[in-house]
Design a protein around this ligand. Structure first.
Ligand code: COI
Length: 362
């Protein structure tokens, strides 16, 4: 096991400030006292493992990441269980995915040992920042954000020979301010997120950048997220700006777009498909025409829709809005959406037996 050298923060956040943040964290607003860091060079590979005070990263203005967006990231959460212990969910999946992303973005692979070790080293240091849920409906956690950037000072267009990997941590409540209140989503008309042969399956910052203009249009229409259809035919539903999407049918199917090279292999998505049979749902991954959703919702064949991801957990979708039509699932969360959500959260917070061995103690 690689040692992460600890460089202590001389001025940690005052306890009363930290506790106030944990009581009402929002999402992505506040950060803990430390961050993990590992440095990579072609000559030395990954080295200089440390946990250091959270703070500014100083890079040369010519660092490759600023110009060619050679960057990838991950998202996981640390959950506090009733006995005070702290756990994370299927980190091996994130370790595998960061390396899939790394291969696509011509960044170096990082070992599962270093990846999980970096989470553990950071959470060990900032364990006081992991909130305790007030009830079973509470989804507070410590959101962990590993990321890798191309840090070589060089303007030629080629893979960077120097890379830095960090993990930062942020106390988090619900991603959407309304919690489990159903959100409206906007169907992107003219912008696509990803296309065949591109980077859509990678967790690369550039994919999220590509979603932002459509996200602005969504916000202008009063919607919380944007849905993209496939770039080739503009016909099949793919992914939301920052999360996957699922539908529930009257006949008991849990439907979601099949993976390809334009859809992110979400850990929450995968886990819900695996949990579905235990709730009497049959998982089905396939191409789903937007017309099928529209007609199915109108006829009552498709009864629920929800967004899913580490940050979003499961957030019901009340409406899909487009220039031409609206799909309406009402303003109450769907029954299966809530059952799946509770089942997942109960595992993550240790309220039910972890029969799949998904939880890893930090
Ligand atoms: C996550 O769910 O962890 C993500 O990375 C999505 C992000 C857009 C908040």
């Amino acid at each position: 096991m690689t040692e992460f050298q600890l460089l202590k923060n001389a001025q940690p956040t005052a306890e009363n400030v930290r506790e106030a943040i944990k009581a009402d964290p929002g999402f992505g607003n506040h950060f803990t006292d430390h961050m993990a860091h590992v440095r990579y060079t072609r000559e030395q590979g990954w080295h200089a493992h440390s946990v250091r005070p959270y703070g500014k990263i100083v890079l040369d203005p010519a660092a490759a990441v600023f110009h060619y967006a050679q960057e990838i990231f991950e998202g996981l959460k640390a959950y506090r269980h009733a006995d005070g212990s702290v756990w994370t969910f299927r980190p091996q999946k994130n370790a595998a995915r960061i390396n899939i992303s790394a291969a696509r973005l011509a960044l170096p692979e990082i070992s599962e040992e270093d990846f999980v070790g970096s989470l553990r080293a950071l959470v060990e240091q900032d364990v006081e920042w992991v909130p305790t849920p007030a009830s079973a409906a509470d989804e507070v956690s410590l959101y962990l954000r590993p990321f890798m950037i191309a840090s070589e000072t060089f303007l030629g267009v080629r893979a960077s020979h120097e890379v830095d990997y960090y993990v930062i941590a942020s106390p988090a409540g619900a991603y959407f301010p309304g919690g489990v209140e159903p959100v409206s989503i906007w169907l992107s008309q003219n912008y696509k997120r990803a296309s065949h042969g591109g980077t859509g399956f990678a967790k690369a910052g550039g994919n999220y950048a590509a979603s932002l203009a459509a996200g602005e249009q969504a916000a202008a229409k009063g919607c919380a997220q944007v849905l993209f259809t496939d770039a080739a035919e503009d016909k099949y539903i793919e992914e939301l700006g920052g999360m996957n999407l699922m539908l529930v049918t009257r006949e008991g199917k849990l439907l979601t777009p099949e993976l390809g090279d334009s859809i992110l292999d979400g850990v929450t998505r995968r886990s819900l498909l695996e949990l579905a049979p235990q709730l009497g749902l049959e998982p089905e991954e396939r191409r789903i025409p937007i017309e099928e959703w529209r007609e199915g919702a109108a006829s009552g064949e498709i009864t629920e829709a929800f967004a899913c991801g580490t940050a979003a957990v499961i957030t019901p979708i009340g409406r899909l809005v487009s220039e031409d039509f609206t799909i309406d699932h009402g303003d109450q969360p769907g029954e299966y959406s809530m059952k799946l959500r509770t089942t997942l959260l109960d595992i993550q917070y240790g309220r039910t037996a972890d029969i799949n061995n998904w939880m890893v103690r930090l």
